[in-house]
Design a protein around this ligand. Structure first.
Ligand SMILES: [Zn+2]
Length: 509
């Protein structure tokens, strides 16, 4: 392993040197002696070699030997597995695990907390590590669905090493609904300026926001103009202490649907209840951004109820993209799992000072909020296991048996939890998907070609084929044989640039 890392280190300097010389000379790397695992070729994976030129895949040979041309650097993969870079199509890069939801920060840091992202403290260190943590687990492409602080995404793109980033921003919540409801009334419209107007709530919408500027078509046009590839909206009546939030009706969703189609944008909806997913399916959304763990009146049913099965069948038939996001729940459960912070992987993706703070009484504030009556941790854990986690596993298992269109998305971080750390959360989600009944092939496709196709990126990423961006991951184990493969990464290539995994770790700096 060390030998390869050295080779790659050498490689980087050689390539950089070549690049600084004559412009006409392309950067060429042959990766030879690798087993190519790519979605279009899963039935007969074989050893081969891949030529990378100027950050793109130029040739793929299904033979072991590569012809050596002048100026080409040859690197041996030593018989390891080469897969396309992974895609997580549900992240929130401006939200910091364990620290608190953005609106809480806004309360502390008005106006709008620009300085919050600039100061050099736990948050600053975390945001520097953030892109590297995703790469550490092989995620070379991300889609951010909601970012009230777009500056954080700009900063992410300016980091020297980062996954490719696409967005649905600015997101489109229903006026005063989820998630803008979490921010105090005086700032929520500033944080979510692309909200959908609701004439019934005219009295609680500041007068500077005109109804005609906040019709679905105007909002969708704003996403398109901002360079978004998807529209993110919400159907959520609330949970925990926040209930009875306003939600849109079917006419509003169908207006969004029309506008999204007209602009070529993917329509994604936050929906995790039976009611919300029924609403989403009736409205022909493209992607449901959560698993179905809230069954409403049917919550206590030990088996998957027939009426939910019928809805899931429709999701399968309509080929609606499905993000199970089970880590939303495991991320909450983390506060009641005495072993979570002891996982050595935590130190690989989160800066040491932040992890130390997670362990402090102050750093566990969100866990206290989740368990304000001090129920024993084991009891709370059991509550998650037998409640929402059982339900989402039943749903995912059913959908897997029908070969639904799963799209890999983690919702990292889904709340202020420290149980959703970047990169690691994806790996844990994959493990949970396997436990819930997805085959290794289903998981692999969900995180590569299915995501690429859904978001209309398949001409660029998702497989190992000529012409595509050389976002690639080299691993010692076969991802079609064991889920552990996703934690056996040795090298990640970002636009053809190889980076040794250990150099991406938070504890390597
Ligand atoms: Zn989300």
């Amino acid at each position: 392993m060390r030998r390869l890392a050295t080779l790659f280190t050498l490689l980087i300097s050689v390539v950089a040197f070549a690049g600084s010389g004559s412009k006409a000379e392309p950067n060429r790397i042959w990766i030879i002696d690798v087993i190519i695992i790519s979605p279009e070729n899963l039935d007969h994976t074989e050893k081969g070699s891949v030529l990378i030129e100027d950050g793109r895949i130029a040739r793929v040979e299904r033979t072991q030997k590569a012809k050596r041309a002048d100026g080409t650097i040859v690197v041996s993969g030593n018989g390891r597995y080469l897969i396309p870079g992974l895609i997580d199509s549900h992240v929130h890069l401006d939200s910091v695990p364990g620290i608190g939801m953005i609106p809480d920060q806004v309360k502390l840091n008005e106006p709008l907390a620009k300085s919050y992202f600039n100061h050099e403290d736990l948050v600053g260190t975390y945001l520097k590590q953030l892109p590297r943590s995703y790469l550490y687990y092989g995620y070379t492409t991300l889609v951010d669905l909601v970012a009230p602080f777009p500056q954080a995404l700009e900063d992410f793109r300016h980091e020297p090493l980062h996954p490719d980033l696409y967005e649905c921003n600015p997101s489109m919540p229903f006026a005063n609904g989820y998630p803008m409801s979490y921010a105090p009334p005086e700032v929520r419209f500033k944080l979510f300026p692309n909200f959908i107007y609701d004439p019934k709530q005219a009295a609680s919408i500041p007068p500077e926001y005109k109804p005609e500027d906040h019709k679905p078509a105007a909002d969708v046009a704003r996403v398109k103009n901002a360079g978004g590839i998807c529209v993110k909206t919400f159907f959520e009546r609330g949970f925990g202490a926040v209930r009875n939030l306003p939600v849109m009706g079917p006419e509003v969703l169908s207006e969004i649907r029309r506008a999204a189609t007209a602009n070529g944008l993917v329509l994604m909806i936050h929906a995790n209840s039976f009611e919300a997913q029924r609403f989403a399916v009736a409205g022909d959304v493209d992607v449901i951004a959560h698993g179905l763990w809230n069954w409403g009146d049917l919550d206590k049913n030990p088996e998957l109820p027939d009426e939910i099965k019928r809805l899931l069948d429709e999701i399968v038939e309509k080929r609606i993209g499905y993000q199970a996001t089970t880590q939303v729940l495991y991320g909450l459960e983390a506060y009641f799992d005495p072993d979570y912070l002891k996982n050595p992987a935590v130190a690989k993706v989160a800066p040491k000072a932040l992890v130390e703070w997670f362990k402090s009484p102050e750093g566990k504030w969100f866990g206290k909020e989740l368990n304000d009556d001090d129920t024993p941790a084991a009891v709370v854990k059991q509550h998650y296991e037998q409640g929402p986690l059982r339900r989402v596993r039943q749903v995912v298992q059913y959908l897997a048996s029908k070969d639904a269109k799963f799209l890999f998305g983690t919702d990292t971080p889904s709340s202020p939890t420290y149980g959703n750390l970047p990169g690691l959360n994806g790996y844990l989600e994959m493990r949970q998907l396997e436990k819930a009944g997805l085959s290794l092939k289903q998981i692999f496709l969900a995180a590569t070609i299915s995501n690429a196709r859904e978001f209309k990126l398949e001409s660029q990423i998702g497989t190992i084929e000529p012409g595509k961006v050389a976002n690639l991951v080299l691993m010692t184990k076969n991802p079609l044989e064991t889920i552990d493969a996703y934690d056996s990464i040795t090298t990640v290539l970002v636009h053809g640039k190889p980076i040794s995994r250990k150099d991406l770790a938070a504890d390597s700096r």
